[in-house]
Design a protein around this ligand. Sequence first.
Ligand SMILES: [Zn+2]
Length: 210
Amino acid sequence: MELLKGVHVIETHANCALLVDDRLVLVDTGADGGAKDILGYLDRIRRKPTDISTIIITHTHPDHVSGLAIVKEKSGAKVASHRIEADYISRKKPYPGPPGIQRHRSIDIDILLDDNQRFEEMLVLHTPGHTPGSLSLFDERRKLLIAGDACQTEEGTIGPMDDNYNIDPRAHRESIKRLAQLDFEALIVGHGKPFAAGQSMVMRQLASRL
Ligand SMILES: [Zn+2]
């Protein structure tokens, strides 16, 4: 679905975001089968896999990285992640947190991102807690926050992720408090529905209760 003009949400096991300008930026790649969903979606909006210039991975969990090998192969896109997460995504290091052993195909990360860096016209925010190197992306021009699993909306409003899947529950809540300081309208998360407006207020209300 197109949430805002040029901002698409591809529903796989975890949502992927697709930013469509003169070039395409994909955020996350779904679980097994995610690549098929992404390639099918591109076909429906009449774009080619090779139109994707960059794939940004928010974190190393299987429902966000399992489609990566195929989408990278088909697109030839560069892959970016937070510096801390890169060795888990490429499987150079075993991931120490839940849900356990990783099985996705290893893919080298081309671009290592840092907190507060500008990348693809967005602000990169290191939002640890769900995983050590989780990142969120703030598109100021569109007033859009792409939060990955820094929070979720599965109960119809913003909440923290289930702590069974957080490597550091306290840091996870601190990251939500940081995101609550941003001024955005639209929100895309990995799990739960996306929203087009009014979300930094909702995030602030949540942060005040944490
Ligand atoms: Zn996750």
